[in-house]
Design a protein around this ligand. Structure first.
Ligand code: SAH
Length: 451
């Protein structure tokens, strides 16, 4: 039972922490809280919606419990389940969406552990979703007389594109989509779906964001890069359609299974128009060397709903995994993410970057897609005057079971990179700058023996 206490008299008898907490809880539910001493009588309880008793002694609790019962008021006695008419559940309260957990008084600790798990599983903005539903409640119930269609509308509202936008913080967008859907149901049109451009992180499934994991469970179809490993695709809903669009590291090659960027965008639009919830799953973060921006543009141009879910980008993941702080009070006050593909071209800003690395305060360069062009990268940096002894690290398959890290000097970069580009090599990230010398692989082992 969720009991409305707004404006009602609620008695709290006794003092101490337990009584204070209960008074606070009742007050936050809008109750008119009356504090009583341990000597209260039945008359003091009369007219109350509920009574909380916490005197600390069995005699005190029992006497007050009797007084409250005599006045016909439901009672809760702190830590004495046998004397309670009702108990206080552990609650998760997200802006009015409330989950209550009870173990029947058996174990408050278990209840609080469960609360923690539910907290983690519930989207942070679930309250905004409830608010959205409330906004449309009267209107939808009036406009859709058929109960089955109405149920369909509500399910879609709380699970579909409008919900996703509300959960992502775009309340205006959510209302717009919901209005469109209401109109479509009324006119018996089939509503459109939604695309989520989702970062899958570096490869370790534990490094997915909570939202990415939720969306993998909701998607009708998942269009994924070649770089996204099976361990992550395994988190998808069982009957989700998995489509490899086959873009490899670098995104340039178009193998037999590879799709051109325009083909991927057209496929996203086609599926969303057909009503699907589509996840476009990209390695790392979709907006870091991921062409996520172009896909968002294509969907927006078609007037279709789209959300973007960030992911842990390779530079952050590889640095963490190898024990390299990208900034460091002593060694680096800035970091730049750059693609190695520009190393051959004239336009790349390598000279300026190289100069910054040597500057006072220091600078770190994280180079994506650079392993196959390592000699060009090294030449650009040396030409620009960088010290050949500058530490470099290469992290291959960062955060995955087959991660390999090499550490050396800039002058060695091409030789080091050769190790990570032979045969079945995975994606590699190069880190240049003093901090690369702090890599775990360069110093002590991460695990110390305890004697
Ligand atoms: N959007 C991705 C980058 C795509 S570009 C992100 O934010 O991480 C592809 C490049 O990313 C690869 O060439 C490699 O340099 C880097 N990369 C991606 N995953 C990696 C991993 N697990 N380990 C090392 N480098 C990785």
């Amino acid at each position: 039972m969720f009991f409305d206490l707004a404006g009602r008299k609620v008695v709290v008898a006794g003092d101490g922490l337990a009584a204070d907490r209960r008074a606070e809880t009742a007050r936050s539910a809008g109750a008119n809280v009356v504090r009583l001493a341990a000597t209260a009588t039945a008359a003091d309880f009369r007219g109350a919606a509920a009574a909380f008793i916490a005197t600390g002694t069995l005699e005190g609790d029992t006497a007050l419990q009797r007084a409250a019962k005599a006045a016909g008021v439901p009672v809760n006695v702190a830590d004495r389940p046998a004397l309670c008419d009702f108990i206080l559940p552990a609650i998760v309260d997200r802006d009015g969406v409330v989950v209550a957990i009870s173990t029947g008084g058996a174990s408050p600790t278990l209840a609080s552990i469960l609360r923690g798990r539910i907290e983690a599983a519930l989207p942070e903005r679930i309250g905004a979703l409830a608010k959205l539903a409330k906004t449309f409640r009267a209107q939808a119930n009036a406009l859709i007389p058929d109960p089955a269609r109405r149920r369909g509308f509500w399910r879609r509202l709380v699970e579909g594109p409008a919900a996703r936008l509300a959960l992502a913080g775009d309340e205006a967008g959510a209302r717009r989509v919901a209005l469109g859907e209401l109109d479509a149901v009324r006119r018996r049109l089939s509503p459109v779906g939604i695309a989520h451009i989702v970062g899958a992180g570096p490869g370790d499934p534990d490094l997915l964001t909570l939202r990415a994991a939720q969306l993998l469970q909701e998607a009708d179809a998942i269009l994924h890069d070649e770089l996204v490993p099976a361990a992550i695709l395994g988190r998808a809903r069982r009957d989700a359609e998995l489509v490899s669009v086959g873009k490899r590291a670098g995104g340039k090659e178009r193998g037999s299974a590879g799709w051109a960027q325009a083909e991927i965008e057209a496929e996203l639009v086609r599926r969303v128009l057909a009503g699907q919830t589509v996840v476009r799953l990209k390695a790392g973060d979709p907006f870091i060397f991921g062409r996520g921006g172009e896909e968002v543009d294509a969907l927006r141009a078609a007037g279709l709903p789209v959300s973007v879910v960030p992911g842990i980008t390779a530079a952050l993941a590889c640095a963490a995994s190898a024990g390299i702080p990208l900034t460091h009070r002593r060694f680096a006050s800035a970091v730049t993410f750059v693609t190695g593909h520009g190393a051959e071209g004239r336009e790349a800003a390598w000279p300026a970057l190289a100069a910054q690395v040597g500057e006072k305060g220091g600078h770190t360069i994280a180079i994506y897609m650079g392993a196959t062009e390592a000699s060009a990268v090294r030449d650009r940096l040396l030409d620009a005057g960088m010290d050949p002894a500058t530490p470099v690290a290469i992290v291959e398959n960062g955060t995955r079971p087959d991660e390999r890290v090499s550490v050396g000097q800039l002058s060695d970069l091409a030789r080091l990179a050769a190790i990570h580009t032979r045969g079945e090599a995975g994606p590699s990230l190069i880190i240049v700058g003093e901090v690369a010398g702090l890599a775990a692989a360069a110093g002590q082992p991460l695990l110390a023996e305890v004697s």
